[in-house]
Design a protein around this ligand. Structure first.
Ligand SMILES: Nc1ncnc2c1ncn2[C@@H]1O[C@H](COP(=O)(O)OP(=O)(O)O)[C@@H](O)[C@H]1O
Ligand SMILES: [Mg+2]
Length: 249
């Protein structure tokens, strides 16, 4: 069983088309296996593009994107994608039951595996509360769920596939304190055994990260821990002071 994946950007440049401005310019950073790395920066800084380049939704215009030390262009696409769990910003739940929502991308998952993932994502109390447990329909687009629950379901769905790398584009919607805490705990827990990269919009996620990559206008401004960056990076200090790491899209 291969362990958590490492990620490395080497002077990555990227633009969507010739003639368009560069979205990444000389982006470099290194992420070892396991642990949580938070990406912060103003809207349009290029954070989500980091994920898109790792997944090879796009290919770098210059430089290299490496997963496990291997250029993503040298990976077979199915192999690369199956190593990665990707949780989109404002992840929607699907019509159908909670169980169907979870096994959607992992049809072979056993009940034990589902129970385990529900406990890890702190959804076991939700299941107890639902009238028919995990066989309860959660409504079109998960409208009967809170934003925090929907995102934890999306994480649970990704975890059932046993990813070696979890990419999480955090929701910007305001979560209540309980949901926010639960989400932070889940991410911290997952990061013990999987490499977690999170585009973080919440201060509580960022302060708990092992390293923070501060991006602005397609460049990496600085990398460090919360304590290091507060004193060293004016933009970072500003973002954390307003408790608003990025405006809602
Ligand atoms: N499909 C696209 N075509 C052209 N430009 C794009 C496209 N997608 C995103 N961009 C531009 O790329 C830049 C970075 O986007 P993104 O990585 O989503 O930023 P962030 O996640 O930090 O808010 C933005 O200026 C955005 O307008
Ligand atoms: Mg984004």
């Amino acid at each position: 069983m291969p362990g958590p994946a490492s990620v490395r950007f080497e002077d990555v440049a990227f633009r969507h088309r010739p003639g368009l401005p560069y979205v990444h310019q000389q982006v470099s950073f290194e992420v070892p296996g396991t642990g949580m790395t938070a990406f912060v920066g103003p809207s349009g800084a290029g954070k989500s593009t980091v994920f898109a380049l790792i997944e090879r939704f796009y290919e770098a215009t210059g430089g290299r994107v490496l997963v496990d030390g291997k250029d993503v262009r040298d990976w077979s696409l199915p192999q690369l994608r199956s190593a990665i769990g990707y949780v989109e910003q404002d992840a929607a739940a699907l019509a159908g039951t909670l169980r169907e929502n979870l096994v959607f991308a992992a049809p072979g998952a056993t009940d034990d595996e589902i129970r385990d993932v529900l406990a890890r994502t702190k959804l076991d109390t939700l299941v107890e509360r639902l009238p028919h447990g995990w066989d309860t329909p959660v409504g079109h687009r998960g409208s009967k769920l809170s934003g925090g629950e929907r995102q934890r379901i999306a994480i649970a769905r990704a975890l059932l596939r046993k990813p070696r790398l979890l990419l999480l584009d955090e929701a910007t919607s305001q979560l209540d304190a309980v949901n926010e805490l639960a989400l932070r705990d889940v991410i911290t827990e997952v990061a013990r055994e999987t490499t977690v990269l999170v585009v973080a919009h919440r201060l509580s996620t960022v302060t708990g990260a092992d390293r923070i990559v501060v991006m602005d206008a397609g460049r990496v401004r600085s990398v460090g821990t919360h304590e290091e960056l507060v004193g060293q990076d004016r933009l970072y200090a500003q973002l954390t002071a307003t408790q608003l790491l990025a405006p809602a899209r």
